[in-house]
Design a protein around this ligand. Structure first.
Ligand SMILES: Cc1cc2nc3c(=O)[nH]c(=O)nc-3n(C[C@H](O)[C@H](O)[C@H](O)COP(=O)(O)OP(=O)(O)OC[C@H]3O[C@@H](n4cnc5c(N)ncnc54)[C@H](O)[C@@H]3O)c2cc1C
Length: 367
């Protein structure tokens, strides 16, 4: 019996589970280790905050996918990896040994600048915790006129969360203030000027105050680099990604930022019986940004390569496209599209995003 262990129920592993459901793998015992029986979908989180979806529409039932694929599910979070000993460690000290390991555990939110905000701080990840916390924030804001919410992060997630929060406040007649801190690298760095301009305009129209400075967490909220204090009742952190800390001691080869170094097959450069896809890895042959788009697209390649490794057949390469399409939700059912130098906005962008997101969930739902 060969043991394949999948860690994390992220975007790429959804395709692996689907491939395992479609193809019988005699002589292979597969285990999925993931902290929850459901995977919440980040793409629909802003729409859920804004009130366009209920949570059940934004999540994938991992347990049912695993059962269909004849995969044993361990509802747990791994605490460590020892790639030399071919095992992962669970928090209670148990070891799970593998012949082949696949990692899709995503990235963590870098909170190093904001930690001092203490219990006011709400990182957007883990998404499971965020889904529990947001309704409580709305309830608090309803009770407390003048509620102050600060979102930190100038990337797509920060922008979408700030606009979704602003819209949710307006819908619930909450007299609150929403501010977005985007640091010195600015709003939507890496996107075209047209996209940045449209979003800037939309934030102003929606009444979201934008600060282009670095924020440091303080007891009262956040302090900007020019010394301005932004008092806050809640600070949502959608700051940059950082590699999961547990990788440090994994003995896997990591890149300079601590992510798993992989080749075009998404195979570890140091341990050929370890594969990784999604935010947790760093391709060493091509530049690839961390995004759900690549995590999803690499999924079928990861699935093919895990099966090929088990059967001793040739591996295939994941070829990332030069440009990815981003459809940003703007609070109401309105969106901004970003694709290389091209940008567009309108209700039709929201409808397009909504169709893509619903189809994604549908693809991984039980028949
Ligand atoms: C609000 C928001 C909106 C976004 N919108 C978009 C978008 O529109 N388009 C886009 O391309 N990207 C978007 N992103 C980025 C996107 O969410 C990530 O790039 C994507 O989720 C990465 O997928 P992944 O499979 O690597 O990891 P994830 O989707 O984060 O999945 C990781 C999985 O691993 C599990 N896990 C974590 N640690 C452990 C552990 N120790 N043991 C076991 N399991 C573990 C987690 O519970 C989770 O199930 C958005 C992000 C946010 C926060």
């Amino acid at each position: 019996m060969k043991r394949l262990v999948l860690v994390g129920g992220g975007h790429a592993h959804l395709s692996v589970l689907r491939a395992l459901a479609q193809k019988k793998t005699p002589g292979v015992e597969v285990t999925l280790v993931t902290p929850s029986t459901h995977q919440n979908y980040s793409g629909m989180l802003p729409g859920w905050m804004a009130g366009h979806y209920v949570q059940a529409q934004c999540r994938i039932d991992l347990l049912s996918l695993a059962q269909t694929a004849r995969v044993h599910m361990a509802v747990d979070r791994i605490a460590g990896i020892d790639a030399d000993q071919h095992c992962v460690r669970l928090p209670d000290g148990r070891r799970l040994e593998y012949d082949l390991l696949s990692l899709d555990i995503g990235s963590e939110i870098d909170l190093s600048w904001l930690e001092m905000a203490g219990n006011k701080l709400l990182p957007v990840k883990p998404l499971d915790d965020f889904f529990v916390a947001w309704p409580k924030i709305l309830a608090c804001a309803r009770e407390q006129p003048g509620y102050r919410l600060v979102v930190v992060g100038g990337g797509a997630a920060g922008v979408e969360l700030a606009l979704a929060a602003r819209y949710a406040f307006s819908r619930a007649n909450i007299q609150g203030r929403v501010e977005l801190v985007v640091s010195e690298s600015g709003l939507l760095a890496g996107h075209a000027a047209g996209v940045q301009g449209r979003i800037k305009h939309f934030l102003a129209r929606a009444g979201v105050f934008v600060h282009r400075q670095r924020a440091v967490g303080v007891e009262e909220g956040v302090m900007l680099s020019d010394g301005t204090l932004l008092p806050a009742d809640c600070v949502i952190a959608a700051t940059g990604a950082r590699a999961p800390l547990l990788l440090k001691f994994s003995k896997l080869m990591l890149d300079e930022n601590g992510y798993i170094a992989v080749n075009g097959f998404h195979r570890s450069l140091s341990h050929p019986n370890v594969f990784a896809a999604g935010d947790v890895c760093a391709r060493q042959d091509v530049a690839m940004v961390r995004s759900g788009v690549h995590a999803v697209r690499a999924g079928p390649v990861l699935a093919a390569n895990l099966l090929a490794t088990l059967m001793g057949t040739p591996l295939v390469t994941y070829q990332p496209r030069q440009r990815s399409l981003y459809l940003l939700a703007c609070g109401p059912q309105y969106g901004v599209a970003s694709w290389g130098g091209f940008s567009a906005e309108g209700k039709w962008i929201w409808r397009w995003k909504d169709r893509i997101d619903r189809r994604f969930i549908q693809r991984f739902s039980a028949p």
